[in-house]
Design a protein around this ligand. Sequence first.
Ligand code: ATP
Ligand code: MG
Length: 503
Amino acid sequence: MPASSFSMAGFSRLGESWAELGSALAGLMFMHAMLQQYMPTWFLSYLSSLTKKLLNYSNSKVQISVSEFSGDRMNKRNQLYLDIEIYLSGLASAHARRLKADMSNKSKTPVFSMDDQQEVTDEFQGVKVRWISKKENRRRSNSLNNDSTPDETRFYELVVHENERGKFAESYLLHVREKAQEISARNRQRKLYSNKSGGYHSLWTDVIFDHPASFEKLAMDPIKKREIMNDLKKFSSSKDYYAKIGQAWKRGYLLYGPPGTGKSTMIACIANYLGYDVYFLELTAVKNNSQLRELIMETSSKSVIVIEDIDCSLNLTGQRRKLSSKDPVKKKKEDEDKEVSNSNVTLSGLLNSIDGLWSHCGSEKIIVFTTNHLEDLDPALIRTGRMDKHIKMSYCCFEAFKELAKIYLDTESHVLFDDVKALLNEVNMTPAVVAENLKPKCAEDDADTCLKKLVGALQEARGKAVDEVEVKDVKAEPKLIAPMKVMKKLMSKLKLKHKKAEK
Ligand SMILES: Nc1ncnc2c1ncn2[C@@H]1O[C@H](COP(=O)(O)OP(=O)(O)OP(=O)(O)O)[C@@H](O)[C@H]1O
Ligand SMILES: [Mg+2]
């Protein structure tokens, strides 16, 4: 084929999207022109067939463009474009030469994207694809006067091989979308909502949720902790499963145990682990069942809805009995709440809001109740299906202590560990109190000092516990116990005398 038969139009098209290939062809053409005078005809025809192959290769590529705006009038922001931008941010920051950085109120960290005319490559199911960021003047309509004005529009161009234009391109773009949603969920600034005072536009007010709690720092039996973490991960990835069984994608957690065992801390750990928002639902501030429904409906997906101290947060009427806290501090709060509360929320209203029709709005929600008194709760409230997982938060065991020692003292073994183990078997001490004793109070406090402090506190607690038991016993059966004690003392004195006499 003579040199003049090169398609210049094809060449320039190629150069547009395939900068590298274009320059290679330009080189080949230049060489061809130069060599025409000196090279034999067979070499020239070989060169020309090689160029043709390269051109064919470039023509076997398909370009799919995704514009920043979509719709008939090109005046709607295209969600797919935004998803691609997020998806490519990681690849762009690693490979693109020119980047743009942006940081919205909703994100925790800056988001990088490709500047115009930048390229990155990606691989999916073993197939390589190429992305190019472009801009051009396209006509966009003005929605008010139907005018169509030229405007600068950005778009991403996906270049795939001809064979991959159908099923592959479809599943690749779905994959891009899914990953983008995961990335934005991880990167977004999370919120802590409360209904205590109510917002201007919404029943909830919010602040930024920035709690440092994590499962790594939560002291509890490691096997139990792993089980909870697995359960949460399984829940968050079970979208298809819930759709298959036709149920709302939600899960109920009941956290129960004495004060200071980490129930509230566990809620923060759950939210941080899954990257969810937190809604603290104060039932005493909810007027009636329909407001409760509205509140639940306003909660977003990927959230933890919390009702703390469910046993004393509301006087749930109906045929249910009146609940009242046994904890004196909480009893006081409960009495104060009763005075200010105008709530008419009933237990059935609460149950309906949790698992009825209303909870089907949005999805991926975890509902958590906490209580110090499991026995006070109405069985209907905590039955399986409503509260799927019951987690007992217990007093500090030796395993939990070891975790706290690692967190607070960077210590994994010490001679005093055996003493602590023996004492924790005898004494009930909450992780909150153990943690407080392990915290160094000044720069000189080392692991040795803190552990001695803890052992001292445990011994003191054991002493008090024994005293309390004795006082209780005496109070319970004064006539029986008191003479028994005298008898025991007399017996031991007699035994001693008897032994001495024998000697
Ligand atoms: N298991 C734990 N691991 C690490 N720290 C803990 C743990 N439990 C409690 N703490 C510490 O004790 C403090 C109080 O714990 P938290 O408020 O979570 O207890 P709670 O069970 O919710 O108590 P209450 O029943 O009174 O609401 C926390 O700030 C945390 O630092
Ligand atoms: Mg709490």
